[in-house]
Design a protein around this ligand. Sequence first.
Ligand code: SF4
Length: 422
Amino acid sequence: MAFKQFDRVPNHYSGEIIQRIKDFRQEEGKRSLAPTVLRIGELEVLVPRHFGFCFGVERAIHMAFSALETHPDRDIHLVNEIIHNPLVNEDLRARGIRFLYDSDGQRQIQESELSSEDVVLIPAFGTTLDIESSLQRSGVDTTSDSFRENYDTTCPFVSKVWDRGEELGREGYTIVIHGKFGHEETQATHSHTEQHTKTLVVRDAEEAAHVAAYIMGRSSVEALVAEFGDKWSQGFDATTDLQRLAVVNQTTMLAEETAQVAGILREAMRERYGDDQIDKHFADTNDTLCYATNWNQNATKALLDAEPDVAVIVGGYNSSNTAHLVEICEQVMPSFLISRAEELLSATQIRHFDIHAKQTVVCDDWLPELPTRLAVTSGASCPDVLMNCVVERIASFYGYGQTDIESGLVSLALHEPIADPV
Ligand code: SF4
């Protein structure tokens, strides 16, 4: 898959160490998943084959910086965070871009404060039709080709899900979106899909099991309404709208979880309608995860074969794809999600975001003694410079400086895959 270069992505988002690692792997096909090994003295830093900025994020940042360059005299707004990374959002704010909604979805700039002279950017997650209507009331023509081309940064992989939802809706399926209800992308997908068919958002296998229980006649409509009443489209009637189902995703969910959700719902339909009727009641679709989610998750799984002692994952705390990388890593080793190198408080203390408790916590004795093998990766919305600083800071905790890092960089290697047992 050849992707366009986005030349307005600023250089200050890149980092020398990470760039050298990327350059080292550049000639190789994307399918090789062996992690890269950076040896700094007795410290081995393992970097997965795929990490960091994806196509959609680079494209969105490129469009935001192009708008700043093209319109120095106009007010520029973003509907909300362009991507889920605090550094990038702070950077855009510092350059004068104002956000219409805060990260809790509260409106900060009213319809009447905007005019047709203003530039408004739609974030990479896309936005809801309600918000588009509001922009139009403010005089922003969101339907013009020029708007779509220059200011609508919705990732094409997200709009592809909307197209798929529309297609399945036209075939008479109710759409189950496997996603996080409050996430901007899921809100946008829900909004677009419900134009064509009834839509329901299911967060995980547990929620899918509740829907399945109703389909199989093991729970009441009241129980379903209590749980999903605010997560389905207007006018949703469980007695008639759960007879033909198709699953699509928020593009950044965990691949295995989507397979589980689809499997649970398919099995419920099979039990209710029988094997010979299953094709009429459940659309066997492939998941609609994007390429970056698949690559990053697969590369992270490949990293685990190298048996690192600890993992540090860099990214925004509200970044869905980053949280899933943490979930993959924490199955086999202590794993810490941090937003920037400053969260590495010392060689003995780390402040990290606990994705389960949904809060930052400080953990002691997090760094293993040498010799050790450490995995470092980042989510699809994380600038390389942040991962770069993390590698430098960890190396410094072991007393290694730039010269030691440089020697590691000149002898970068691939981690040898563990041979299959004969
Ligand atoms: S994670 Fe996927 S869907 Fe989201 S912006 Fe990146 S490429 Fe697009």
